[in-house]
Structure formats: structure tokens, C-alpha cells
Ligand binder design. Structure first.
Ligand SMILES: *[C@@H]1O[C@H](CO)[C@@H](O)[C@H](O)[C@H]1NC(C)=O
Ligand SMILES: CC(=O)N[C@H]1CO[C@H](CO)[C@@H](O)[C@@H]1O
Length: 331
């Protein structure tokens, strides 16, 4: 990730006037953006608010709600929420920042996705302590057990680890969340291989992930899909105008064959006609398969992106001005 440390003037966020929610064109259940900031500066843990990391801007979220978005994924660092060890106690300074943004988003009637943006790692080491991972989730889920607009996202982009471990960690998170009394919320589960939709089946992560169970039956399979050549989301160029749709075919067939629901939790393309066509093609394909695809989230918004190639932050983010106006029929 390109992290440019831009010090923004602290915006007066108290008393943001609520934009009326726009009537949405589609039947997608979840459409929105990733709201970066609180996961930034992870080379500095715990780090300082305003220097290493920040919280999303309520005004910007309000503007995106006005555009019809209803779901905001809030990346955080597991270590900032619970320092020292997975079974430890909460850092109330960081947690109260999370409380504030979650309360704002869900108070506006939108969904707030809590996304430990940790790639299956804790202080850089692959999390293999399944019970410890469960303990971390018990602590988190208890905090939001009564808010049904919260969505728990097990972990961002597991990669380069054992497929069975990834499935076990996901199952433990689900069990812990439910046992903590959070029974009404959706749980977004992520797979190995950066949870890439295009590799969902071929990587083998689908096998274990397909066996997950949830007593509340509210699992949604979160996959990510970028449209550049290596699928990493680091280029403004898209492979072709049909690449989005093509990269979702195998995952779509898997969701259908297994009776599962999916969401594209991260996607983006550059602000150019080929990428816009590819994005439209992908989102249109998802709409025609809305029996399995519940929606999509853009990567990314947030106050510190500056002129980032996929910036969705109002009022001047590159994608906010150059891409979003072409995607209104998919919101
Ligand atoms: C708790 O979080 C705050 C804000 O991020 C940080 O300044 C402080 O050092 C943290 N404390 C611990 C014990 O990590
Ligand atoms: C496209 C993009 O920026 N993806 C990023 C997802 O999140 C992590 C950290 O925030 C980045 O490392 C990825 O590159």
C-alpha cells in the first residue's frame, strides 16, 4: 500500500448534517467503500493517532451515503485493539475511536464492517494459535453484540499459509462471535491467497471454506478482485474491458454450486475508459447473478489517501470524481 503521510487539518466532525440517502438503483444488499486510516502506519505499533494513523472522516462517509452507499469497511490493526497478546485486554483509547466511527456509520442506518486488516498475521507472524484468535474475536464481538448493523470480517487477506489453518481460524471466529452473544450480525469470511475471487477455487481455499458452519446462518464469502495484470490493485491499467467479469466466473460457479452468498469486498480500477468498462462489466455480471452476489465495496476511501490512484474520498479523490459517476447504476 502506498501510505503517504499527509497531515490533514483536524476537521470539525461534530454535528455533521445528515445527507438524505439516495434511492438505490440496484438490489445489491451491500454497496460501499473501504474507509482506510486506522490500519495505516502498521510499521509503528501501537502508533499515535494523527501521526501514524487516523479515523475515517464522518463528513466523507456522509457524502458517500448521499450517493447511495450503505456499507463501509473499516480496517483496523488487531495489535492496536488488543496489544501484547491475542488473549489480552482492549486498549480503550483505540477502541473508543472505533466505537465512535461505528456508532456514526450504523447510526446513519448503514453497515459498518469491522475489518482486522492483518493478513492473518499478529505482529508479523502467521496466527497459528486458533484459540487465541477466537479469544480476540470474543473480546471484539462482545463490544458490538447488540448492534445488528455491525458486520464482523474475520481477517483481511490471508495469504501464504495453510488452507486448513485459514478455514480453522474462520470457523473459530464464527463460533467465538456467536458465543459472545453477537448472533444477529453478518460475518464476512475471507480465504487464503489474498481472498482473490479469481484464485478462490484454483488455490484450494474453497474446499475448507465451503465447510464453514454458522448457527445464525449469516456467513457471506468476502472475495477481493482487482483488474490489473497481476490482480494486486497497484496499477491504473486494466487487462481488458471484460476482465472483471472473466475473473469472477469460477467463484460465481462455486457460490452457486455450494448454495453460498458472496461479496466483492475490495475492487478498483484506474480512472480511464478501459477500467470503467471492465468495472461496469463485472458489476453488471454480478447483478445478473444477484442470487449469489450480495454487493461490492470500492478500495478505497479515507482521509489520508491524497492523490492515490483509486482514491474514493470526496470531494476530490480520483475515483470519486472520475469513476463513481459511471457506476451509479450498480449502486
Ligand atoms: C493505546 O492506544 C494509544 C492510541 O493508539 C497509544 O498511544 C497507546 O500507546 C496504546 N497503549 C498500549 C499499551 O498499547
Ligand atoms: C489495492 C490496495 O491498496 N490494496 C491494499 C489492501 O490493503 C493493504 C493494506 O491496507 C495493502 O497492502 C493492499 O495493497
Amino acid at each position: 500500500m502506498k501510505f503517504t503521510e499527509i497531515l490533514v487539518t483536524a476537521a470539525a466532525i461534530a454535528g455533521v448534517a445528515a445527507a438524505p440517502s439516495k434511492k438505490r438503483a440496484t438490489k445489491f444488499q451491500f454497496v460501499g467503500a473501504n474507509e482506510s486510516g486506522a490500519e495505516f502506519g502498521n510499521q509503528n505499533l501501537p502508533g499515535q493517532l494523527g501521526k501514524d494513523y487516523t479515523w475515517p472522516d464522518q463528513n466523507a462517509i456522509n457524502t458517500l451515503i448521499g450517493k447511495g452507499m450503505n456499507t463501509f469497511r473499516v480496517p483496523i490493526q488487531m495489535e492496536r485493539f488488543i496489544p501484547n497478546q491475542l488473549t489480552g485486554t482492549v486498549n480503550e483509547t483505540y477502541a473508543s475511536g472505533l466505537d465512535t466511527i461505528v456508532k456514526y456509520i450504523t447510526g446513519r442506518g448503514a453497515y459498518a464492517i469491522i475489518d482486522p486488516h492483518n493478513f492473518g498475521r499478529y505482529y508479523g507472524n502467521v496466527i497459528s494459535d486458533v484459540n487465541g484468535f477466537g479469544a480476540w474475536w470474543t473480546t471484539m464481538a462482545k463490544r458490538y453484540a447488540s448492534n445488528s448493523k455491525v458486520i464482523f470480517d474475520t481477517n483481511n487477506e490471508f495469504h501464504d499459509e495453510d488452507n486448513t489453518l485459514v478455514a480453522n481460524l474462520n470457523q473459530k471466529a464464527i463460533n467465538s462471535i456467536r458465543a459472545a452473544g453477537a448472533t444477529s450480525q453478518y460475518i464476512f469470511v475471507e480465504g487464503n491467497s489474498w481472498t482473490g475471487a479469481w484464485h478462490w477455487v484454483s488455490s484450494g481455499t474453497a474446499d475448507g471454506m465451503g465447510k464453514l458452519t454458522d448457527p445464525s446462518n449469516k456467513i457471506v464469502y468476502e472475495m477481493h478482485q482487482y483488474l490489473d495484470s497481476d490482480g494486486s490493485g497497484t496499477s491504473t491499467a486494466c487487462v481488458s474491458s471484460t476482465i472483471g467479469m472473466e475473473r469472477l466466473q469460477a467463484a460465481t460457479a462455486w457460490l452457486k454450486a455450494n448454495g453460498k452468498k458472496g461479496i466483492i469486498g475490495e475492487t478498483a480500477g484506474g480512472s480511464n475508459s478501459q477500467c470503467i468498462a471492465a468495472l461496469q462489466g463485472m458489476l453488471g455480471y454480478m447483478q445478473s447473478n444477484s442470487d449469489v452476489w450480495t454487493g461490492w465495496l470500492w478500495w478505497g476511501a479515507g482521509p489520508w489517501w491524497g492523490n492515490y490512484i483509486y482514491g474514493m474520498e470526496p470531494p476530490s479523490g480520483v475515483a470519486y470524481t472520475g469513476v463513481l459517476p459511471s457506476l451509479t447504476q450498480y449502486i
